[in-house]
Design a protein around this ligand. Sequence first.
Ligand code: PLP
Length: 448
Amino acid sequence: MNLQYPNGYVFYRNLHYSYPMITHGQGAYIFDKQGKKYLDASGGAAVVNIGHGVKEVAEAIHTQAQKCGYLNGMQFSHHPVEKLAEQISRLLPFDEGKVYFLTSGSEAVEASIKLSRQHWVEKGQITKHLVISRNPSYHGNTLAALSLSAREHYKSIYHLMLSEGPKIPAPYCYRCFWEEEYPTCGLKCAYELEKKILELGKENISAFMTEVIGGASTGASVPPSEYFPIIRNICDKYEILLIADEIMTGAGRTGKWLACHHFDFKPDIIVMGKGLTGGYFPLSASAVKKDIIDVIHRNGNSFLHAQTYSHHPVGCAAGLSTLDYIKKNDLMENCLKMGEGLLTELLSLLSHPHIGDIRGKGLLVGIEFVKEKQEKKPFSRKERYVEHFLSRAMDKGLVLWPNIGHADGMNGDLVLIAPPLIIAQKEIIEIIDKLRGILLEMEKFGIK
Ligand SMILES: Cc1ncc(COP(=O)(O)O)c(C=O)c1O
């Protein structure tokens, strides 16, 4: 039976797609019931950082579930949460940090903006509530996280339910908002934050939310090195908390534990998720500078937020074991080395008439497709370029992550490549060979 709606009982995410039934995964590969092998070149949704089938993590989960599968985060603490928070805080760019655990990225984003608000309220600055974010951007799909995001195709029917916040253009150099070039642009995208703060009044603004290296929204766009130091200065000048969304870029994805380690700045709050457990258990985290929490503590209060599955013992055990695996196997080293090789090989595809740009850091790389290269004109959504690309990739056993809408909110096609950090040179070559094959087929079948 086809694993496709309306067959069976699953309410599938895609109601118009026939799902292969996966039986197991090993390393960078997953295998379906028919024995077909897929190279997981996107690590699922940039989640599978340590590869599939890692016994150590499975055992850590098993052991913790047997010891104690759940504890109420309001009432008890436990070894996995204490130890994981300690290990993560050692990897943070703060002098002293504390870590609050949740399950999904969207939840951690929402918790962080609530924490920012509470921080200012506790300080007596009760009008500070707005969060400025960027366009394009993606911070999650729950209503507040979606309001912060600028991805129109996710939002269009929900606008009436969203509390849309202020946005400034993202440092998306390939599609600069002002159509200028770095460095002659003078980093307008960074200074725009100051303009927005002056327009809205600093007394109304609580935080600035930013991806550090673009994820799905700008397809691994890397900002110029001066961008974040400028942003940091502006946030300090106007007393605004700087929240780095490292849900996709954290846990070694870009070759350092956090993408902000590539730049000369320190955020106030860092949000992580995805690769934190390599996908073995849902876990996200909001890492916070201690003095932000001290203000609440001094007033005799606690963070006004609670979720049933926060500080989960099994999730934290999975996180500990994943972190251990990354360290023991030098996966960040491998990520940097393989990432460099991947980018170099991919750049050889840049001569293709429909590849507009290729960029990224470590093992987070984006390929942006265009209809016309000179003018960076995107394919219209009706042409479904990336969907055709993806279905050919699946046929060839190559898993990529598609994204749409970054060019103007609705149009624009790109794929993200984010393989497990364990990837080897021969698998990089396999990705490139398959991409070449797909590009050739796209032309043969007239999809240009
Ligand atoms: C940068 C970023 N922030 C937030 C999220 C939302 O995370 P989740 O899907 O786990 O809620 C994502 C997910 O792709 C992301 O890439």
